[in-house]
Design a protein around this ligand. Structure first.
Ligand code: BV8
Length: 233
């Protein structure tokens, strides 16, 4: 198996204590991501949207990667040792893949620990709350927004993702509901290019029927088991 493309979603970070988009527990009791993760919400009430991301950024700084993130680091290394490669695409804006040791992560929906200038659009590392007095570290003029892709905005890295899907031997979706596009369409693109497909999720996703192989359960159990079985196979 030469080229594995993995797409992760909020489910891989759930056991690290970060909320998913569909669960209504904890952090999401006060905020509805589907209405707040939009440019319109930010234009209408920037303080509310910043508070939503400030709360998630603080929560992230207290979180740690889990065994599922670690299993993907192992898969990456073993594939490289065998002359293959892993392309890791994530819908998540957290840095848990990086903190687990993943060296190349394609954040198609941006990154919570970066801020983007509203004037010059420069992207800068940012671990604190974003306040109205903060100014862009690059141009010194603009105010800042979270460097995340909101609904209605173009995801990042789509050319690289499409090239990876065209070249993949295996496409694996982990911890995603398959409810948001274009990410939810990647499995169909992978199949069109002849890749095998596998879903690792707590429960069948909205696109479960498109995956030839499916393993359901918590990511910290299902992902390491699947990685070991794949490497042994
Ligand atoms: C685009 C970053 C086009 C921000 C996110 C009308 C107007 C405009 C666009 C649209 C429209 N109608 C539809 C669209 C397209 C829209 C879309 O798909 N909407 C949906 C609601 C139908 N998509 C977009 O807008 C995208 N952009 O289309 O641009 C365009 C074209 C040209 C020019 C300009 C634009 C942009 C979408 C990106 C939005 N940003 N995140 C932030 O983080 O705040 S999306 C966000 O939700 C996530 O990033 C993720 O991508 C998405 C879904 O989340 P999941 O990761 O799947 O998480 P979810 O909670 O849904 O599921 C978790 C899963 O894990 C569950 O299945 C659960 O069972 C499982 N799980 C739980 N616990 C565990 C577990 N699994 C394992 N172990 C566990 N322990």
């Amino acid at each position: 198996m030469k080229h594995v493309v993995v797409l992760t979603g909020a489910g891989i970070s759930a056991e690290s204590g970060l909320g998913t988009f569909r669960d209504k527990g904890g952090l999401w009791a006060r905020y509805d991501p589907m209405t707040l993760a939009t440019p319109e919400a930010f234009a209408r009430d920037p303080a509310l949207v910043q508070a939503f991301y400030d709360a998630r950024r603080r929560n992230l700084l207290d979180a740690a990667p889990n065994a599922a993130h670690a299993a993907l680091v192992r898969l990456d290394k073993e594939l490289a040792d065998r002359g293959g490669r892993l392309t890791l695409v994530t819908q998540n804006v957290d840095d848990l893949h990086e903190r687990a040791g993943s060296r190349s992560v394609l954040h198609m929906h941006g990154e919570l620990l970066k801020a983007r200038c509203l004037a010059c659009r420069a992207v800068s590392p940012w671990r604190a709350d974003i306040t109205p007095v903060d100014r862009c570290p690059v141009c010194g003029v603009g105010g800042l927004r979270p460097h995340v892709v909101w609904f209605g905005e173009m995801p990042l890295g789509m050319d690289a993702i499409e090239a990876a899907l065209a070249d993949a031997d295996l496409f694996v979706a982990i911890g995603t509901s398959g409810s948001v596009y274009p990410a939810a369409g990647f499995v169909a693109a992978a199949r069109r290019h002849g890749a095998r497909t596998c879903e690792l999720n707590l429960e069948p996703s909205d696109t479960a029927g498109l995956f030839e192989e499916r393993h359901h359960g918590p990511a910290t159990a299902v992902v390491p088991t699947w990685v070991e079985a794949t490497l042994a196979g």
